[in-house]
Design a protein around this ligand. Structure first.
Ligand SMILES: [Zn+2]
Length: 316
């Protein structure tokens, strides 16, 4: 479990569960488990765009971009959604699109807005695929995330923590029948367990939260690692990418430009602050202000990102 409440609160914040933004007293108007709208961003790749908010009762935790890829023989869900309800709606959307079996549910990383819909797919008996470090990350944080999500969405709405059944240590491929997806387990970056997917057939990259567009990124792994992993992804032969948050599809690699700029500013200005003897509180109040106005939810996450960066860089 998370060591103390302050650590836990940070984890919750990073996972898109900012309590200060939650409309816990609001009434959810849509309680149906019917399908939702998706965009077919490339042949057979269907993506639901999440709203640029933290999880609330009103949005039901449907804040991340999630979807599925249809092959000749089977379907891979790529991120099962932000709650049991979100997962159930995604499953209904898959069933509306195809009768093929859901053979894989890829869980891109530990954050609740991406993985809490997994329980909705257990009846399909898929392989739940995650980074080799995902099991431990879910063991440490999963129950805490579940409780916080339940506080927002109501009893039983969050869904149980589902553990991965297939772990990716470096790279692996999954075959949907005439359609091979390349999965890569990344080093510390957005989180400590980021898994990306590349669909060779359409040259579409699904990097989940390794790519934020329009919504400010949240740093929960390593700033230097994220810059490195993002640069490596930019070198891939991909035509488009599906961000974890933002539009359902962007051109690649140009779609990573804003994120790279933000991360480099954070890196450069945090190093300058540390070199100049600035303390962490002043640094949080001071740096990266040129990015304000360029990102949604800037005030909710930017200070936290600086704190993370400062702790990472102060001993280098
Ligand atoms: Zn995330």
């Amino acid at each position: 479990m998370a060591a103390d409440s302050s650590v836990s609160r940070r984890h919750a914040f990073i996972g898109g569960l900012c309590m200060c933004c939650s409309a816990a007293l609001a009434r959810r108007t849509d309680t149906s488990v019917g399908p939702f709208a998706t965009h077919e961003v490339a042949a057979g790749i269907h993506i639901r765009r999440g709203v640029d908010q933290d999880a609330t009762l009103t949005n039901g935790g449907a804040i991340a971009n999630v979807g599925f890829i249809i092959g000749r023989d089977a379907v891979a869900v790529i991120d099962p959604g932000g709650s049991r309800l979100d997962g159930e709606r995604l499953r209904a959307t898959v069933r509306e699109a195809t009768r093929l079996p859901v053979r894989y549910v890829v869980m891109s990383h530990v954050h609740p807005d991406h993985v809490f819909g997994a329980a909705a797919f257990e009846a399909d008996r898929p392989q739940f695929v995650g980074h080799v470090r995902l099991t431990r990350a879910l063991a440490v944080r999963g129950e805490y995330y579940r409780k916080r999500l339940e506080e927002i969405l109501g009893k039983d709405a969050a869904g149980p923590v589902v553990m991965p059944t297939v772990l990716v240590k470096d790279r692996t491929e999954i075959d949907l029948g005439g359609r091979v997806l390349a999965l890569t387990a990344h080093g510390l970056a957005h989180s400590d367990c980021d898994l990306s997917v590349l669909d060779h057939m359409t040259a579409t990259l699904l990097p989940a939260d390794l790519l934020f567009v329009q919504r400010i990124p949240s740093l929960d792994g390593s700033l230097q690692g994220w810059v490195k992993e993002l640069s490596a992804l930019e070198d891939l032969q991909a035509r488009r990418a599906v961000p974890g948050h933002g539009p359902s599809s962007v051109d690649w690699p140009s779609g990573a430009r804003d994120l790279q700029r933000y991360l480099h500013i954070l890196l450069r200005e945090t190093r300058q602050a540390i070199a100049g003897g600035m303390d962490i509180d002043t640094t949080v109040q001071t740096i990266g202000r040129s990015e304000r106005g360029k990102w949604k939810l800037f005030d909710d996450y930017h200070g936290h990102n600086i704190t993370q960066a400062f702790k990472e860089l102060e001993w280098e």
